[in-house]
Design a protein around this ligand. Structure first.
Ligand code: GRF
Length: 305
């Protein structure tokens, strides 16, 4: 997308060329399959160039090989050995972005820190609720009426990093962990590629330090008061204003005073995560300059090819 600055320290994206991605998976790899389909060789967004697994039996490895993608098993002999080999392979293959997809090991700070902002995970719950294992059983036992999935930046905790994108599905009468799992997986197979596209466009990044200096103290305080689930909307709106040459309005937009550009950025930021007829209708009432930019980015993310 034109105009999203790649400099300034907020995000290394957009790269200005197709991205080289690696996927780390420990098991059956249905999310890997969705990523392989979304980002095949020659895709203008980027391609999966490497699949790594700590489990030599992982079906994920087969899936990659059957599509001609290099797949390497690094049997677990401890974190230090695995991470050293994985980091070397990522460097060797010139990888820009690492995607965890059913990868069942916790990565150490030595791995996470240099990749922070370029290392994503998908988790089958509406984080920060239900981190960890056996999510669907726990969601059912708690009597939740809604669940979903979260793509997040990986930090040093387990399922704790800043949220990039979430999707929701209902919990229905008669649901079992199995029915819930397949409903959430269906969602995940669309959510993960979309989250990657948002990242590659420069529309998603972890909240930067020193927000007050970038947006003004009042806007920074407003942002800090948001819940982890609300924050990505504001970051997307900010990135859109940057892309549209209206960054000076970002602080005001956070406070609801960004005029039609602010309104357009927030409507678009919301629609990028989830379609909504009322918001589409509202967008259609905005001045043409705002509307055309909004529509261009929505089209880009929704009809990716
Ligand atoms: C997915 O539900 C993902 O959210 C979680 O592990 C599961 C992996 O499934 N991290 P698959 O291997 O991609 O089919």
């Amino acid at each position: 997308m034109e105009g999203v600055p790649s400099e300034g320290g907020l995000t290394p994206f957009p790269l200005g060329r197709p991205a080289r991605m690696a996927v780390l998976a420990s098991g059956r790899g249905t999310n890997l399959e969705a990523l392989l389909q979304a980002f095949p060789p020659g895709n203008p967004w980027g391609e999966v160039v490497l699949v790594l697994s700590d489990n030599p039996e992982a079906y994920a490895l087969e899936r990659a090989r059957s599509r001609g993608v290099e797949a390497v098993a690094l049997p677990w002999r401890g974190r230090r050995a695995f991470e050293a080999e994985a980091l070397a392979l990522l460097a060797q293959k010139g990888v820009d972005l690492v995607l965890l997809a059913g990868f069942m090991r916790l990565l150490s700070p030595g791995f996470v820190e240099p990749w922070y902002g370029r290392l994503l995970n998908i988790h089958p719950s509406l984080l920060p609720d239900y981190p960890g294992l056996h999510v669907h059983q726990r969601v059912l036992a708690a009597g939740e009426r809604e669940t979903g999935s979260t793509v997040h930046f990986v930090d040093q905790g387990m399922d704790t990093g800043p949220i990039l994108l979430q999707g929701r599905v209902p919990v229905l009468p008669g649901d079992t962990p199995k029915t819930l799992e397949s409903r959430v997986l269906f969602l995940e197979h669309r959510l993960y590629p979309k989250a990657v596209r948002l990242l590659l466009l420069g529309l998603a990044f972890p909240p930067p330090k020193g927000l007050g200096g970038l947006l003004g103290e009042e806007a920074a305080r407003r942002f800090e008061a948001l819940s982890p689930r609300e924050r990505p909307l504001y970051l997307r709106a900010w990135a859109l204003l940057r892309a549209w040459g209206q960054e000076a309005l970002a602080g005001l937009a956070f406070l609801g005073q960004g005029g039609v550009w602010g309104q357009g950025a927030f409507l678009t930021a919301h629609l990028l995560a989830q379609d909504h007829p009322a918001l589409r209708a509202e967008l259609a009432t905005l001045p043409e300059a705002v509307r055309t930019r909004a529509e261009a980015v929505l089209k880009r993310v929704e009809s990716p090819l």
